[in-house]
Design a protein around this ligand. Structure first.
Ligand code: PLP
Length: 408
């Protein structure tokens, strides 16, 4: 139990923020105080069904017991030691990730953007002998907020007023293999892509696109980097999304759900490529610390113990059939895109109002790319809870469709 008991109303907490917290986020006027599974409670005691669990980080729901117990026990043993020492936990965590992916090695950090920075540096270091440095990334992608990752993020709205950005990034349209081919030159070092664009609207790659990138990478000896910060760790019903597409990257970045809700990040690559990240060239003070490692291991164990990869796939089918049905009934729903517990519902209108209406009905969803309702539910959600959420969202959208018609 936390020693700090919440005593303030949402409004009082909001006032505290207005005075003391930099307002770089758009926040709802609600203070959350507690979470359990797919539910969170606010300071007024209202309960919400959370289908956008911690921006996708809480893939086992809020406060998953397995992670809570592992972390509690570890907190009393060893919290942090520098990476100048070995810890058994970090070694076991790297082994567990390696065995579930492509058999490589891990570098640990604390966030998605840091994992991508590591990948960008690795791409430069690996290609330095051939004087190659350019990285091709994809329009509407998202890779994080530090300067390298911001530059890798090919969306003008995130670049505004920040220039000059980092040199050496080139942008291609997502899904356009010909365009990528034309952009490759003697200085190209790597291709970096989200196998499914998350922030860009849950956009699935066209058939054969990722395999085509793999071929291009092989032909031109480029590193193929998959940013699986959002798609990885079981989100799509496979341990990693690349497995579902049958295309293996050279480098993969992870964060978000990696530690079951705690901060953690990782970059995985083959032992051969990893040699290029030679000692002294990169580091992360808190990376792979015993708390993150214990949480990361507990997360993996819980997913496998409870058969949650299969459950994520099952949930995907529930959401797909519910929203496909809704598409037939409601003009506002244009397209439904689903991969396991990663769900995008493309609307014909902007989604901000839908999100607000759901919030009033005590349902938490997200809107991305203006028109896409994005759900990143926990993978241990029950079918009944999934239906509970779908009922509310369907109701909200049908009402909106009605208003939309009468407004015309
Ligand atoms: C969230 C996200 C990031 C950035 O992660 P942070 O932990 O916020 O730095 C990078 N890539 C993808 C695909 C993401 O979804």
């Amino acid at each position: 139990m936390s020693n700090h008991n919440n005593t303030m109303s949402s409004e009082e907490t909001e006032k505290l923020f207005q005075r003391y917290v930099i307002p770089n986020y758009g926040r709802y006027p609600i203070s959350l105080v507690r979470g359990e599974g797919p539910y969170v409670w606010d300071a007024e005691g209202d309960r919400y069904l959370d289908l956008f669990c911690g921006w996708g980080c809480n893939l086992l729901g809020h406060c998953p017991p397995a992670v809570v117990e592992a972390v509690r026990a570890q907190l009393g043993r060893l919290i942090h030691v520098p990476n100048t020492w070995h810890t058994e936990l970090q070694g076991l965590w790297a082994k567990a990730l390696s065995e579930r992916s492509f058999g490589g090695q891990a570098f640990f950090c604390n966030s998605g953007t840091e994992a991508n920075e590591a990948a960008i540096k690795l791409a430069r270091l690996h290609n330095a002998p051939r004087r190659r440095y350019k990285i091709i990334t994809f329009e509407d992608g998202f890779h994080g907020r530090t300067f390298g990752s911001t530059t890798a993020t090919a969306q003008p709205k995130y670049h505004e007023d920040l220039g000059p950005l980092m040199a050496g990034f080139v942008y291609a349209p997502f899904g356009d293999l010909d365009a990528v081919t034309k952009l490759i030159d003697d200085e190209t070092a790597a291709l970096m892509i989200e196998p499914i664009q998350g922030e860009g609207g849950v956009r699935l790659p066209p058939d054969g696109f990722l395999a085509g990138l793999r071929e291009l990478a092989d032909r031109h000896e480029l590193l193929l980097i998959f940013d699986e910060v959002q798609t990885g760790c079981g989100r799509t019903g496979d341990w990693f999304a690349y497995q579902g597409f049958g295309v293996v990257p050279d480098v993969m970045t992870l964060s978000k759900a990696l530690c079951g809700g705690l901060a953690g990040g990782a970059m995985l690559t083959t032992a051969e490529i990893a040699k290029s990240l030679r000692p002294g060239m990169h580091a992360c003070t808190f990376g792979g610390n015993p708390i993150a490692a214990s949480a990361g291991l507990a997360f993996i164990e819980a997913v496998e113990r409870d058969g949650l990869l299969e459950n994520a796939k099952r949930l995907g089918e529930v959401f797909r059939s519910r929203f496909e049905q809704l598409r037939g009934e409601c003009d506002l729903v244009r397209e439904v895109r689903v991969r396991g517990a990663m769900i995008g519902v493309e609307l014909s209108i902007e989604g901000a109002e839908t999100v607000r209406a759901c919030l009033e009905r005590k349902l938490l969803v997200n809107c991305t790319h203006e028109t896409v309702i994005r759900l990143l539910p926990s993978m241990n959600l029950t079918e009944q809870q999934a239906h509970e959420g779908c009922d509310i969202l369907a109701d909200v959208l049908k009402k909106q469709a009605g208003n939309h018609l009468s407004a015309q």
